[in-house]
Design a protein around this ligand. Structure first.
Ligand SMILES: [Zn+2]
Length: 117
C-alpha cells in the first residue's frame, strides 16, 4: 500500500469508529419524524395523519398523546430503541383511539403483525 492509500484507509477507519462511538453514546440519534414517515409509508400506506414525533426524557419507552384537533404527538424516550417504539406507538394511532383493544389487546397484536413481514 502506498503512503497516500494508507492515510485514506486510516482516515476511513477513524470515521467509522467515531460514528460507532456517537451512535453507542446516543449523541447521534435518528431523525424521528423521518423514521415515522418511513414507517407510515411502508406499513400504513401513508394512512396516519397529523403525527409529530419528539424525543423526551421519559420514565418509560414511549407515549402517544392525542390533541383535541385530532393530531398526535409521539414521545420517544431518549434512551429507547426509537424504531421499535415508533412502530408500537404507530399502532396506537392506527387503531380507534377509544377502542379498549388499542391497549395491547387483540387488535393491537394484529396491527403489530404487519411489522413481521
Ligand atoms: Zn403501548
Amino acid at each position: 500500500m502506498r503512503r497516500f492509500e494508507k492515510l485514506v484507509s486510516g482516515c476511513a477507519t477513524l470515521i467509522i469508529l467515531w460514528g460507532g462511538v456517537l451512535i453507542s453514546h446516543r449523541v447521534w440519534r435518528p431523525d424521528l419524524n423521518r423514521e415515522f414517515r418511513k414507517i407510515n409509508h411502508r406499513y400504513f400506506a401513508d394512512g396516519l395523519h397529523g403525527v409529530r414525533v419528539e424525543y423526551r426524557v421519559l420514565e418509560y419507552e414511549g407515549e402517544t398523546r392525542k390533541y383535541s384537533n385530532g393530531d398526535f404527538l409521539i414521545l420517544i424516550d431518549t434512551e429507547g430503541d426509537a424504531s421499535r417504539i415508533l412502530r408500537h406507538e404507530s399502532c396506537h394511532i392506527f387503531l380507534p383511539w377509544d377502542d379498549e383493544n388499542r391497549n395491547h389487546g387483540g387488535s393491537f397484536k394484529d396491527c403489530m403483525r404487519r411489522f413481521e413481514q
